[in-house]
Design a protein around this ligand. Structure first.
Ligand code: FMN
Length: 320
């Protein structure tokens, strides 16, 4: 999620779930080709499995960016056909590409020629007045014919004129039935449902109708729900990691980041919601958001936050 997630966020989420597939925020093909690749594409070994999401509409550029992504070790390339922002529309990519299925198919075909990892597409159920079941099926069929087997479908359409990107994630109504119908009519394709899934009970209910679910805001804002994903959906026997353990497991990552000149807040901003719903959630969040942004903030700020959230917790390293 642009402006929200990054490799630090993924390192944290990976501590909570070993098995869920993680996605990068959208990176444009041109940025991958011409930009600061080391910064844009760097990932932690621990992040896998992780998909690189690309934005673009030029088949050759996307193919080049996909090949670079594969070299950087990503496990999947995902094409964004869902983002409604003006900036993105000007570049003629994102959700507006839903009106150009042949171009999306050409992009997929070009990427598939260059990489051996899966090429997938994230789209909406429709845009503007192109919002019938038939139009969605036509889009999916055209793109599937180019070799895309996996579609992540945000179950609301986007209005490209008049709504902000934020409104486009809230105002058009969710239509889960449309995504269920897509799966029912195209059983050979892998259909992943996205949009408004707030918890794992809701995720489980959707999984009766589709092959997978993708969580965006809920995973970011209430990340601890990820801790039960492995046991619930991947038959893992490991007990869910406890919140304090998750913080301790993140410490080496934070220390490495600080040692390489990074700021504490770059990492800990992603954990502010870890205690959501718990008695000391607000104090935990306040401590981190006030102190982690300060120049020179070090690991003690994080450990103090842990003590605030769980006063009786003995930090493993401190107890030695
Ligand atoms: C701040 C923010 C940034 C987002 N950036 C992206 C993005 O880079 N790529 C993408 O496919 N979707 C992006 N999205 C949309 C989400 O992936 C998701 O489709 C949408 O929020 C609906 O799912 P949710 O209700 O689970 O959040 C973004 C959403 C938010 C809130």
């Amino acid at each position: 999620m642009m402006d929200w997630t990054d490799r630090h966020c993924r390192a944290f989420h990976r501590i909570l779930t070993r098995h869920a597939l993680l996605y990068t925020e959208m990176v444009t093909a041109n940025a991958v080709i011409h930009g600061d690749r080391a910064r844009l594409l760097a990932s932690d070994e621990s992040e896998h499995p992780v998909a690189l999401q690309l934005g673009g509409s030029d088949p050759a550029a996307l193919a080049e960016a996909a090949a670079i992504g594969e070299r950087y070790g990503y496990d999947e390339i995902n094409l964004n056909v869902g983002c409604p922002s003006d900036r993105v529309q000007e570049g003629r990519f994102g959700a507006c590409l839903m009106s150009e299925p042949e171009l999306v198919a050409a992009c997929v075909a070009a990427m598939r020629q260059r990489v051996s990892i899966p090429v997938t597409v994230k789209c909406r159920i429709g845009i503007d007045d192109q919002d019938s079941e038939g139009a969605l099926q036509h889009f999916v069929d055209t793109v599937a014919a180019a070799g895309c087997q996996i579609f992540i479908v945000h179950a609301r359409k986007a209005w490209l004129e008049g709504l902000s990107p934020k409104e486009n994630r809230e105002v058009p109504p969710l239509d889960y039935a449309r995504v269920y119908q897509l799966k029912a009519s195209r059983p050979d394709l892998t259909i992943v449902l996205n949009g408004g899934i707030a918890d794992l009970d809701a995720a489980q209910a959707h999984l009766k109708h589709v092959d997978g679910v993708m969580l965006g805001r809920a995973a970011y804002q209430t990340p601890y729900l990820l801790a039960d994903v492995d046991r619930r959906f991947f038959a893992a026997s490991r007990e869910p990691v406890r919140r304090a353990q998750a913080i301790e497991a993140l410490v080496p990552h934070v220390v490495r980041h600080l040692q390489s000149g990074g700021r504490l807040n770059n990492v800990v901003r992603h954990i502010l919601g870890l205690y959501h719903g718990q008695p000391r959630a607000r104090a935990f969040r306040r401590h981190l958001s006030e102190l982690a942004v300060k120049d020179g903030a070090g690991i003690a700020v994080l450990l103090d936050a842990l003590s605030i959230a769980e006063p009786s917790h003995q930090f493993a390293a401190a107890a030695e």
